[in-house]
Design a protein around this ligand. Structure first.
Ligand code: ARG
Ligand code: ZN
Length: 891
């Protein structure tokens, strides 16, 4: 059944105080609650509590035990009929953590107990109004065997700890901040702890702690350092101070997502906590910093101000992703000279936009397309999407662009002034921003902008440029097209899309590639942000001496697709000269897209695959440009991802795309061989001491890219270099670079020997073994039989989400040659079905691997449809997977 955004009704009760007692045990945990309710309406109202899999032991109202005929117990709801305005409900219920494989609610990971409550996990712990607009103060007592569970953690401050009889002990925690139950957490188990005390801006002392498996504390240094940076950064950039005496992060081996911002007790997937140079790559280091930042920033954007209902999820997620992106960019740029800092920030932007294009653009054109604030859902767990998160962050970023840094800060201050301590909506956020925007632009509002929250789909912006040499006048016309997205295409009447408010940043270059000044309304601009609010608008720029080359959508100022019929020569010039590093990268990518699409066509027609010499020359120029940082060069010289390309083919032909991309890489590797070799040796860092900073990581990225091109181009020296790099590596980034080169580009004994060697060496490091599975799952030579064999490997298990992702998801989603076969599709459906019995949320993510199946070539389409129907026919089938599959089949 479907829940609709517009059906929101406030809860008829307040619940200011909650007391919980947990008698913890992995097999059977008893939870006792004492809930202090206050009616908010004049008349009596039934009190409805949510519960899932929670046998009731007893229930009492104001101290009177209730008989079964005094309440109603349905599958997922417990209804009481109180007759006073305030009353206390006491409930005792049980749950079974060790049997809970969903990893929602209270569950076991390793030897320890953890909780995950967002979005609707608290109802698996105790009967409760499980909705974010009910906010309470919590007092929590944990009781457990002391030898098994020496640490007992929950939100807030520890009030007291007691030794009990029979080797048991207890701890009581009190959280002074009212919170919705999705921010509740408890952890019990054996940990090592790395901690640091810091002084916050106002001079308060705060204890920061990172807990992880005993023995892994040496791997938590980076996470703790990142947390310290995050606390300082939020003070400096947004004036937001830590409001707790103690802030804890705990790493769990089994975790459905990245991490969770429970108040004062963040629980993390260990993949986003543990790092040392031997086991983590540069990418991991950056990801840890980003996720630590993300969860910490939620303390204000999410926890202090939370969501009224789950349709508002992007209120906290879009905003917090924007904040973590800015944090990462500032950390990368920190300490670098201005030009290099600008490049470092651009690298982060490029990576974020690449993610958006790989994950969100396909989503926005498929059966799960939804606005960043969805209108309806069947299972909220399915809406932790790239649209809510990544497009949501773009929508926040556009407001930042429209208001400017100072204006955005003023808007955010206003947002907290209005809403601190409450549960609010996306409209409330835009209203706060609008108060500043209207002050800056008298008579203008964000009314048109609000449509970004209502409309799904990626807008297209068409650009027309006209130059009048006699008048030295340039006329720029932008028009926007917003097509129905996903199942909207099948709605009758079709939804009509309205124009959006699109900040569109442009610059102009002269024919030699030098920047032209744009004179507009009495001001001179290098980059001008045009505000496109209508279907079609025109801007006129005078004093333009020659026909300009436009640099469009600088810094990716809006999440749109630009249509502009520039020539390849113009793109090549932009790729070599544009002063906006993002647009410069973009021009190179667009050239590559054109070249690759021509190759795809040739593959399909069975023609010879020919690469334009001009294209190779652009790549040569980028590779030889000594002004570029290695990190930037690594991005500029990487071809668009298969997924990005696939979106541009119709019908979608994954195998042809993979072949085209591999061929272009081979040709570039071959044609530029000596340059790649020089770049490889230049970027090599002989000092040996590993540092994860932007500069060092950039060198490693370029070095590993060069190695991949050398392998692709079958350079004589390449296999030796790769072997040497693998066996001599002093850190995991180099080791993986060497190993991937061996495994991805050849099917030789040396490759499989290195793989065995790697396994032998790292078998006791689960996060490293995940890499081992991933590498094999994504190698182009890997076929379904290898995958089935790997599933039999003693280290493989479906129960650990990281492991399942490392093999199954990586194969199904990132190995086009391997998966797009009849057997591959059958394997995929088998795994969705198997996972659904264990963990519906994870199964539903895998179920989305071929969301866009109706746009595939006919042979694929038929098989996938058949497999989708097979999944749909399963009984039982989780609500999570049922929603995904029914939408996929409706399209
Ligand atoms: N709020 C968390 C974060 O983005 C994600 C929690 C998602 N939980 C889930 N069961 N889907 O930081
Ligand atoms: Zn988040």
């Amino acid at each position: 059944q479907t829940i609709a955004r517009l059906d929101y009704l406030p809860y008829p009760y307040r619940l200011p105080q909650v007391e919980l007692t947990f008698d913890l045990d992995a097999t059977l945990t008893r939870v006792s609650s004492r809930l202090h309710f206050e009616r908010t309406t004049p008349r009596n109202q039934p009190l409805v509590l949510n519960g899932e899999d929670l046998p009731l032991e007893s229930i009492a109202l104001d101290g009177q035990v209730l008989r079964p005929d005094q309440y109603r117990l349905d599958d997922h709801a417990l209804t009481l009929f109180p007759v006073t305005e305030t009353f206390i409900v006491e409930i005792v219920s049980r749950c079974r953590p060790a049997e809970n494989s969903t990893l929602m609610g209270l569950y076991v990971s390793g030897e320890s107990l953890f909780t995950q409550c967002e979005a609707e996990g608290f109802r698996r712990i105790t009967w409760f109004p499980d909705r974010p607009d009910v906010m309470s103060r919590y007092r929590v007592t944990l009781l457990a065997d002391k030898a098994r569970y020496p640490f007992l953690l929950s939100n807030g401050n520890r009030q007291n700890a007691e030794e009990l009889a029979d080797g048991r002990h207890s701890a009581t925690w009190e959280d002074p901040h009212p919170k919705p139950c999705y921010l509740f957490a408890l952890v019990a188990g054996h940990f090592s702890c790395h901690e640091q005390t810091i002084q916050t801006r106002s001079g308060r002392q705060a204890l920061l702690q990172v807990y992880s498996d005993p023995g892994s504390e040496s791997k938590t240094e980076w996470a703790l350092a990142s947390l310290v940076h995050a606390v300082k950064w939020d003070e400096q950039r947004f004036g937001l101070e830590l409001d707790l005496d103690r802030f804890m992060v705990v790493a769990a081996r089994d975790f459905n997502m990245g991490a969770m911002e429970n108040k004062g007790l963040n629980i993390f997937n260990s993949a986003y906590v543990l790092a040392d140079p031997q086991t983590a790559t540069d990418v991991t280091y950056r990801a840890i910093e980003a996720v630590i930042g993300h969860e910490y920033f939620h303390n204000w954007t999410g926890n202090r101000v939370t969501c009224r209902d789950w349709f508002q999820l992007s209120l906290k997620e879009g905003l917090t992703v924007f904040r973590d992106q800015e944090f990462s960019a500032d950390m990368l740029a920190q300490g670098l000279p201005a030009q290099e800092a600008k490049s470092a920030r651009a690298v982060k932007r490029i990576d974020d936009v690449s993610t958006l294009r790989m994950a969100q653009f396909p989503e926005d054109s498929g059966p799960m397309a939804h606005p960043i604030r969805p209108e309806s859902y069947q299972e909220i767990g399915n809406f932790y999407t790239a649209t809510v998160y990544e497009k949501g962050a773009e929508v926040i970023r556009m407001q930042h662009t429209l208001l400017g840094e100072a204006g955005f800060r003023a808007g955010l201050d206003e947002y907290f002034r209005r809403h601190d301590g409450s549960a609010v909506t996306c409209d409330d956020f835009v209203n706060a921003m609008e108060s500043v925007y209207t002050r800056q632009n008298p008579g203008k509002t964000l009314d048109t902008f609000r449509r970004w929250y209502e409309q799904a789909g990626t807008p297209h912006v068409k650009v027309e440029l006209d130059f009048d040499a006699r008048q030295q006048r340039c006329t720029l016309t932008l028009s926007q097209h917003n097509e129905p997205a996903g199942i909207e295409k099948f709605l009758t009447p079709p939804q009509t899309k309205l124009p959006l408010h699109i900040p569109f940043a442009v610059g102009l270059l002269d024919q030699a590639g030098r920047p032209l000044v744009i004179h507009y309304q009495g001001q001179a601009y290098d980059t001008l942000v045009l505000e496109l609010c209508d279907e079609r608008q025109t801007w006129v720029f005078d004093q333009i001496p020659e026909a300009p080359i436009p640099s469009l959508l600088r810094n990716f100022s809006a999440p749109v697709i630009v249509e502009y019929a520039g020539t390849n020569a113009e793109l090549a010039l932009l790729a070599q000269c544009d002063t906006d590093p993002f647009a410069r990268w973009e021009a190179g990518q667009e050239l590559a897209n054109r070249q690759l699409l021509a190759l795809v066509k040739a593959v399909q027609d069975g023609r010879e695959l020919a690469v334009e010499p001009d294209f190779i020359e652009t790549w040569r120029a980028l590779l030889q440009d000594t002004h570029l940082t290695p990190a930037y060069q690594a991005r500029a010289l990487t071809l668009p991802a298969e997924k990005v390309l696939l979106e541009k083919t119709s019908p979608m032909d994954p195998i042809a795309v993979a072949r085209a991309r591999a061929e272009l890489r081979r040709v570039l590797g071959l044609a530029l061989g000596p340059l790649w070799l020089a770049a490889y040796h230049n970027a090599d860092d002989h000092t040996g001491k590993y540092q994860p900073d932007a500069r060092s990581a950039g060198r490693r990225a370029l070095k590993n890219l060069a190695l991949a091109y050398l392998m692709a181009g079958e350079h004589r020296e390449a296999p030796t270099l790769a072997l040497k790099q693998y066996y001599d590596a002093q850190n995991m980034t180099d080791r993986m670079g060497g190993l991937s080169a061996l495994v991805n580009f050849s099917d030789t004994p040396a490759g499989s020997q290195a793989l065995s060697h790697f396994y032998e060496q790292w078998q006791h490091e689960p996060l490293v073994i995940d890499r081992w599975f991933t590498l094999q799952a994504t190698a182009p030579t890997t076929h379904i039989d290898t995958i089935r064999t790997l599933m039999q490997h003693p280290a493989f298990t479906l129960r650990n989400p990281n492991r399942a992702r490392s093999l199954i998801f990586q194969f199904c989603m990132n190995n086009m040659q391997g998966v797009h076969t009849t057997q591959g599709y059958e394997y995929w459906a088998d795994q969705v079905i198997a996972l659904d019995r264990i963990n519906p949320e994870i199964a539903a993510r895998l179920a989305r691997a071929f969301d866009n199946w109706t746009r595939y070539i006919p042979s694929s389409r038929q098989t996938i449809k058949h497999e989708l129907e097979r999944i749909q026919a399963q009984n039982p089938l989780s609500r999570n997977v049922a929603e995904i599959v029914s939408k996929a089949l409706k399209i």
